[in-house]
Ligand binder design. Structure first.
Ligand SMILES: C[S@@+](CC[C@H](N)C(=O)[O-])C[C@H]1O[C@@H](n2cnc3c(N)ncnc32)[C@H](O)[C@@H]1O
Length: 375
């Protein structure tokens, strides 16, 4: 992408992959389980849908080494393919598993409603363990409600306990002491009323978590029901591993993925509340391209090397000539070197206009789809 002018980028864009808001409204982009929990940096599901129909057939097995919130797995399943996903972030693995697991829907609803009921009866009566971080980021009442729900959810059996953990995490995200317009990267807790840029009036920091637990319980059941009506009877495997070294239990027919971009997002920190509440294993030191590592020359070189290792490990477990579709925002033009170091040959580079949806001209945003084949 780097080195091309705006005009050149416009001339090259693939219109089938560059939807306007009318062509692809938000309600479609966030359909069923795709919005089970907020997640910064995810695919538009329709992008994966187009890749599947252009390059694969039902019965394939699709691998995503950076599975994130599980978009590839969900779409591959609906398409009629097996799917394997890997991620270094325990929370992302939990979310991907919850989206793609199979449930008895009646039991699921009863389990989640029962957990709410039990939590409500015990709020404040058995204060659970809370880290310093939790005490700092929640009003006392909100924290007591979250801890009571956590306690009640621990009595659930699999797979319902994991669904409750996702409901808890989503409620915890909304109940933090943040400003309404700053939910993605709040730096310090907000304890006083503030002028809200989102609602254009004075707002107060959130004091309770209960309304979120109730609202997200219903929303989760509804979204899982919608997906259950579409899902195919195919295998989905989620691996909490490092994509540089993971060994896959199924041989993939091909790959669809979007790697982390250097210096942009901290994927563990993004869901800090979940790590704190759910005692998830923190492997942030193995996160590739973390924002915390910055974009210095040394950081970019480390990125080139580690991404080369991921793609090499990935290609070595795929049949020769298998397709690998890699969506990148390669403003630093790092991918030619990365692909050269891995066993992947670049066949085509497709440019996509990302914010054609919003019609924004300032801050134009393009990304490339690297269409590769395993050598
Ligand atoms: C751009 S996101 C993928 C988003 C995904 N396409 C989706 O729709 O949700 C990149 C992912 O790479 C993961 N990641 C970073 N380093 C990794 C590593 N060493 N091994 C596996 N996954 C890693 C991050 O945790 C993050 O979830």
């Amino acid at each position: 992408m780097s080195g091309r002018t705006q005009e050149a980028l416009y001339a090259e864009i693939d219109l089938e992959l560059s939807w306007s808001e009318d062509e692809l409204p938000q309600v479609e982009r966030t359909k069923h389980v795709h919005s089970l929990h907020p997640y910064l940096g995810k695919f538009v599901p329709q992008l994966v849908e187009v890749f599947l129909t252009r390059y694969f057939s039902p019965g394939s097995c699709i691998y995503d080494p950076f599975v994130g919130s599980g978009t590839t797995l969900v779409e591959a399943n609906v398409f009629g393919a097996d799917a394997v996903g890997c991620d270094i972030s325990a929370f992302n693995c939990l979310l991907s598993k919850v989206k793609t697991a199979r449930y008895s829907l009646g039991e699921l609803e009863l389990a989640l409603r029962g957990t709410l009921e039990e939590a409500r009866r015990h709020v404040g009566s058995e204060p659970g363990q809370a880290s310093e971080w939790l005490v700092r980021w929640y009003a006392p009442r909100a924290l007591a409600e979250l801890l009571a729900y956590r306690e009640a959810s621990q009595r659930l059996s699999p797979p319902y306990d994991d669904v409750a953990r996702v409901v808890l995490s989503r409620a915890a995200r909304s109940a933090r002491l943040t400003k309404h317009f700053d939910l993605d990267f709040p730096r310090v807790p907000t304890t006083e009323p503030y002028h809200c840029l989102k609602h254009k009036r004075e707002c107060r920091p959130v004091e309770e978590a209960w309304k979120f637990l109730v609202r997200y319980t219903s929303d989760t059941v509804r979204r899982l029901r919608e997906f259950a009506a579409l899902r195919a009877d195919h295998e989905v495997v989620v691996l909490h591993e490092d994509a540089r070294t993971v060994r896959l239990p199924l041989e993939p027919t091909g790959v669809i993925t979007s790697p982390p971009y250097p210096g942009l997002i901290d994927y563990h920190e993004q869901h800090r509340y979940a790590y704190e509440l759910l005692s998830l294993r923190d492997r942030r030191e193995q996160e590739i391209g973390a924002a915390a590592a910055g974009r210095s020359k040394a950081a970019l070189n480390a990125y080139i090397e580690t991404m080369g290792e991921v793609l090499d490990n990935t290609a070595s477990q795929m049949p020769r000539d298998a397709w690998a579709l890699i969506v990148v925002n390669d403003s630093q033009n790092l991918y030619p070197a990365i692909l050269e170091n891995a066993g992947l040959l670049l066949e085509e580079r497709i440019t996509r206009h990302v914010n054609r949806r919003t019609g924004r001209r300032a801050g134009e945003f393009f990304e490339d789809v690297l269409v590769c084949r395993a050598a």
